[in-house]
Design a protein. Structure first.
Length: 191
């Protein structure tokens, strides 16, 4: 018999201690998975409106967490529902509540300041077919969004209701992949 410093049988104590650790680890794992399930989801990109950054057929992790305590920021890629084009749409936030967005001469201006869009490839222009200048007054609780692929994106420029409202935002894209090994898995995603 092996005794510890207090005269207890160490052998029996170790088995109990190991099983308590295992239960603790298992419960912790379940709690973490539940939190992740409630605050995160997987987004699938079925169109090319966010190319070249987010390629068609890629997918990413969408987190609800950033907007549980805060609001979307300019440049965030948000996932939202929109009546005209459906559920789980992903676009980039360009205009924030209360701002004026102007699209003029292929450029975006926010409150009369040229918007520097470092995330776009060099030479990308923003236009609205047949329109030289268009103003958008973003309402409170509203956001003006554009796809990065400005020539192909159906976004706030063209919608009848051009704003995404806070209540319709599902989360922020926090990670994305279009890895060739994972792409077939994403393509088989059920609707």
């Amino acid at each position: 018999m092996i005794m510890d410093a207090w005269g207890q049988d160490v052998k029996g104590f170790s088995k109990k201690r190991i099983s308590l650790k295992a239960v603790g680890i298992f419960v912790s794992f379940i709690v973490v998975m539940e939190i992740l399930f409630l605050t995160h989801g997987i987004g699938y990109f079925s169109s090319g409106s966010m190319e070249p950054l987010l390629e068609t057929g890629g997918f990413g992790i969408v987190s609800k967490w950033p907007y549980m305590t805060g609001n979307p920021k300019r440049g965030d890629i948000i996932i939202f529902d929109q009546e005209e084009i459906g559920r789980g749409v992903g676009k980039r936030v360009v205009g924030l509540p209360g701002e004026e967005v102007i699209i003029k001469d292929g450029c975006v201006y926010v409150d009369n300041q040229l918007l520097v869009e470092d995330y776009l490839p060099q030479g990308y222009r923003t236009s609205i077919e047949g329109v030289i200048l268009r103003r958008f007054e973003v309402p409170e609780e509203g956001y003006f969004v554009l796809g990065d692929n400005r020539e192909e994106s159906f976004d706030s420029r063209y919608w009848i209701e051009p704003y995404v409202y806070r209540r319709d935002i599902k989360g922020k894209l926090i990670w994305y992949t279009n890895h060739p090994i994972l792409k077939p898995i994403a393509m088989k995603r059920p609707d």
